[in-house]
Each structure stands twice: as structure tokens, then as C-alpha cells.
Write a protein that binds this ligand. Structure first.
Ligand code: NAD
Ligand code: UDX
Length: 457
């Protein structure tokens, strides 16, 4: 096979790991990952201990393939020009202004990529929509390409990414499925097969699903909506558990053992975070509204409303327990939106910390992976006055020193093995232990803290 040139625009949480795994499994493909953020590219080219994102197993793969068949570069046009296949893996955040503000996906980055591809190309190419985008985006990319460049032929294929952060390498090596959607024409079919051939280098045919463009785009939004809906379902029941004496872990186990339901994504929590669920559900809700399906829109919107409700309930629990303390200090253990990632986008910790700081609490934060700058940036819309009461520490011991409450907000493994008796002695008063992830057996801490709660009690 002639070696193929791949370019990936976007060196983020998706572009970096995905291209690393493709490079690892496909030595005959030469891959260049480009990004407009030069310092991110420099970091990808720097020591593997300091890559811009943390994922278990990533640095080993990068060490193996970097500067062999995987290159990180800021020369975007040049890389586009020589590529046969271009993946677009740029961020598609929620719109902050204009029509659809606060709900629809902002496709500015995708559109810019399409324009640059059209302008920089002098040969035919397959464009792969890897970013999560609303139904119809593939068509829009095609329109932009055609309007700027009529000389070359472009086929647009949708290949959404299903990796979860913290398990990205394993998810990419052993995905449940790979979805590829294309135009229903001979050329479309050929383009879909070209992309399928990449994945066939390490995956069996039956894991690769071929669909049309729209099914592929909608399946991605639908998958995230289903996953988030399960979390909101169990979280809504955790509120009912508190009223009735049922225990959410027992309910979750009983429900999940029904093989028709399954046990995954039924862990009650302080609320889901991450850069995808909220954004993609808002996007789905907007699409339903746009197509005049208000009942469907409302159905999915409730998944997000329960998530907000859960975070508010969590804050109320803290507030109730500490309301008589004059200068209360709360230690938050965990800032990442889940374990094994340095990503804190939409983390529940941000909302909890904001509410605490706005209500004059002192807040001590510890996270093993998220750096101080990110934590401060996450709270950047708070006033300087509120931020004065924020302290970030590099050990759990320092973070709990002189506090009144310990709240677990990320399910980092290290929090399970902590000596809470010892930690309680460092506190000003061990008034509250609040486990937002249900990872600590309550009887283990019950005698240590005045008030020991998890999300359902
Ligand atoms: P990210 O913010 O980590 O990375 C995106 C990168 O694209 C950034 O480095 C940015 O500088 C770059 N970029 C933006 N516009 C550019 C342009 N015009 N030219 C060159 N570079 C540009 O985002 P991410 O988390 O990797 O997500 C990318 C897409 O994948 C999104 O659509 C997201 O919804 C989807 N997705 C994310 C995940 C996840 O777990 N993070 C999983 C599946 C799908
Ligand atoms: C999600 C999807 O899982 C993935 O397929 C998609 O490609 C991107 O979005 P991600 O956001 O990285 O992945 O992590 P995920 O494991 O889904 O967790 C999202 C949030 O839900 C986290 O805050 C996590 O703690 C929370 N969660 C997850 C729960 O609260 N309970 C659960 O049972 C599972």
C-alpha cells in the first residue's frame, strides 16, 4: 500500500490521543497533527512527562511514535496541502452570542478549518468530521469547500469520537464501535471505505459501523445524551433515597443487574461534568427546538436540569451543616471532572467552589493533576474579594488543615486509601464529611466526623 498522508487539525484531548493511537497501529500512515495554539504544539513536542494532556498510557505511545510516523506542527497550510485525509478535531463549544446563544454549537472553528482547507488545497481530499457537531454540519463543510475551491474534489465523512477522558487510550485501542458516515453515492462510499481501512488495521470489521452522514452525526449526540440521562436518572433517585431511607448504591446495584439495563453509568454523584455532556445535550435540545419538537427538547433538557439540581443539593448540605460556624473552611478534594485526567472543564467542583466562595466560605482545594492556574482560571468570573478566600494546596494534609469539612468531589483512587482519622485531627473541627462520589464506606468515617454523608443521606 502506498503510504497515506493524514493531517489532523486540533491537538487537543481528542486530536492528540486519537492520532497517537492511529500512528501506533498504522505504521504506513504519516500523520501530522497541527494546531493554531503554538504553545500546545511545543508542549506536544517537549518532554513526554509534560504533554499538554494527561491520559494513562499516552506518554508511552507518544514516545514510541513521535517523530517516526507522528509529527506535531504549527505549519497548518503546509500540512493540509500534502495530506490525502484531513481530520477536523477542533473544539465546538456552545455559542455565546447570536442566534442559538447558550444552546447551539459554535461552528466557527470548524468553518475556519473548512475555509483554510479549501484555500490551501491543490489536490483531492477526504475531510473527516471528528469534532462533535450538529446534524447537517457535514453538509455545511461541503458547501464551504465547494464555494471556495471548485478545482479539487472533496468528500466529507463523519467519524465521531467516543473516547472518554481518563480511559482514552484503552477506548481508542478497544472501542465498542467505530462509526463512519458518508454521502450516499459511489464517491461517498469509497471515502467511507478509505477511512474504514485505517481502523481495520487494528479492529475487526464487525466493530466498524457504516451509515449515512446524518445518522453518524446524530448518533454521537444521542450516545452522550443517553449516558448523561442515566446519571441524571440515578441522581434524581438519590434525592428520593434521602426522603425514604432507601440507599442509592443498593438501588443502583439492583437496577443495574437487570441485563436489559446494565450496570454502567449508574453511579450517583455530585453531578456530571466534562466538556461534552452539557454542550452536546444543549446542542440536541436546540436542534429539537429548531425543528419544532418542543416536547422532545424539554425531555432532554431535564437531564441538564437534574444535574444542576444535584449540585445545588450538594451545596445545601454543606451550608446546612456549617451554618453556625463563624468563619467556615471547606476542603474540596478533587478538581478534575473525573479521575485520571487533568481536565476540569464543567467540573462540578467549579460550581461547588463558586457557591461556597460567594457565600463567604474559605475554600481549600487539592487535586493531584489539575494545576493551580487552571483552578484559578476556572473561577475567573468571581470577584477578587471572593477569590481571596481560595487556597490551593499540593497535599491533602495541607488542604484539610484547619478546615471544618471534607468534601470528595473527584473519585481519585488515592482518596479511598486516605487515613481519615489522622486527617480529622488536622482539622479545626471535623464537622462534616461529604462524599460526592459515593466512594467511601460510610461506616469507615462515621465515628470520625460529627456528620458523615454521601450524596443520598
Ligand atoms: P480541545 O479544546 O482540547 O482541543 C481543540 C484544539 O483545536 C485546541 O488545541 C485549539 O487550539 C484547536 N483549534 C481550534 N480551532 C482551530 C483552528 N481553526 N485551527 C487550528 N487549530 C484549532 O477540544 P477536544 O476536547 O479535543 O474536543 C474536540 C472535539 O471533539 C469537540 O467537538 C468535542 O466535542 C469532541 N469530543 C471531545 C471528547 C473529549 O473527551 N474531550 C470526546 C469526544 C468528542
Ligand atoms: C463522555 C462520554 O462517555 C464519551 O463517550 C464521549 O466521547 C465524551 O463524553 P467524558 O466526559 O470524558 O466522556 O467522561 P465520562 O466517563 O462519560 O464522565 C462524564 C461525567 O459523568 C464525569 O463527571 C463522571 O464523573 C460522571 N459520571 C460518570 C457519573 O457521575 N456517574 C457515572 O456513573 C458515570
Amino acid at each position: 500500500m502506498k503510504s497515506k498522508e493524514i493531517c489532523c487539525i486540533g491537538a487537543g484531548y481528542v486530536g492528540g490521543p486519537t492520532m497517537a493511537v492511529i500512528a501506533y497501529n498504522c505504521p504506513k500512515y504519516n500523520i501530522t497533527v497541527v494546531d493554531s495554539n503554538k504553545s500546545r504544539i511545543n508542549q506536544w513536542n517537549g518532554p513526554v512527562e509534560n504533554l499538554p494532556i494527561y491520559e494513562p498510557g499516552l506518554k508511552e505511545i507518544i514516545s514510541d511514535v513521535r517523530d517516526k510516523n507522528l509529527v506535531f506542527s504549527d505549519k497548518i497550510e503546509e500540512s493540509i496541502k500534502k495530506a490525502d485525509i484531513i481530520f477536523i478535531a477542533v473544539n465546538t463549544p456552545t455559542k455565546t452570542d447570536g442566534k442559538g446563544r447558550g444552546m447551539a454549537a459554535d461552528l466557527t472553528n470548524v468553518k475556519k478549518c473548512a475555509e483554510l482547507i479549501a484555500k490551501s488545497s491543490s489536490s483531492d481530499k477526504i475531510i473527516v468530521e471528528k469534532s462533535t457537531a450538529p446534524v447537517g454540519t457535514g453538509e455545511k463543510i461541503k458547501t464551504v469547500l465547494k464555494s471556495i475551491n471548485s478545482k479539487n474534489k472533496f468528500q466529507v465523512v463523519s467519524n465521531p469520537e467516543f473516547l472518554a477522558e481518563g480511559t482514552a487510550i484503552n477506548d481508542l485501542m478497544n472501542p465498542d464501535r467505530v462509526l463512519i458516515g458518508g454521502e450516499e453515492s459511489r464517491e461517498g462510499f469509497e471515502a467511507v471505505n478509505t477511512i474504514a481501512n485505517i481502523y481495520k488495521q487494528w479492529l475487526p470489521n464487525n466493530k466498524i459501523i457504516l451509515t449515512n452522514l446524518w445518522s453518524s452525526e446524530l448518533s454521537k449526540l444521542a450516545s452522550n445524551a443517553f449516558l448523561a440521562q442515566r446519571i441524571s436518572s440515578i441522581n434524581s433517585l438519590s434525592a428520593l433515597c434521602e426522603k425514604t431511607g432507601a440507599k442509592i448504591n443498593e438501588v443502583s446495584k439492583s437496577v443495574g443487574m437487570d441485563s436489559r439495563i446494565g450496570s454502567k453509568f449508574l453511579q450517583s454523584s455530585v453531578g456530571f461534568g466534562g466538556s461534552c455532556f452539557k454542550k452536546d445535550i444543549l446542542n440536541l435540545v436546540y436542534l429539537c427546538q429548531y425543528f419544532n419538537l418542543p416536547e422532545v427538547a424539554e425531555y432532554w433538557h431535564n437531564v441538564l436540569k437534574i444535574n444542576e439540581y444535584q449540585k445545588e443539593r450538594f451545596f445545601d448540605k454543606i451550608h446546612k451543616s456549617l451554618k453556625d460556624i463563624k468563619q467556615p473552611t471547606v476542603s474540596l478534594l478533587g478538581w478534575a471532572f473525573k479521575k485520571n485526567t487533568n481536565d476540569s472543564r464543567e467540573s462540578a467542583s467549579i460550581d461547588i467552589a463558586k457557591k461556597l466562595l460567594e457565600n463567604n466560605y474559605s475554600v481549600n482545594v487539592y487535586d493531584p493533576m489539575v494545576n493551580d492556574k487552571t483552578i484559578i482560571d476556572d473561577l475567573n468570573n468571581l470577584s477578587v474579594l471572593n477569590l481571596e478566600k481560595l487556597n490551593i494546596f499540593s497535599t491533602v494534609e495541607e488542604a484539610v488543615q484547619n478546615s471544618h469539612a471534607i468534601c470528595i468531589l473527584t473519585e481519585w483512587d488515592e482518596f479511598q486509601s486516605l487515613d481519615y482519622t489522622f486527617l480529622s485531627k488536622l482539622m479545626q473541627e471535623a464537622i462534616l464529611f461529604l462524599d460526592g462520589r459515593n466512594i467511601i464506606q460510610k461506616d469507615r468515617v462515621a465515628k470520625i466526623f460529627e456528620n458523615t454523608q454521601s450524596i443520598d443521606t
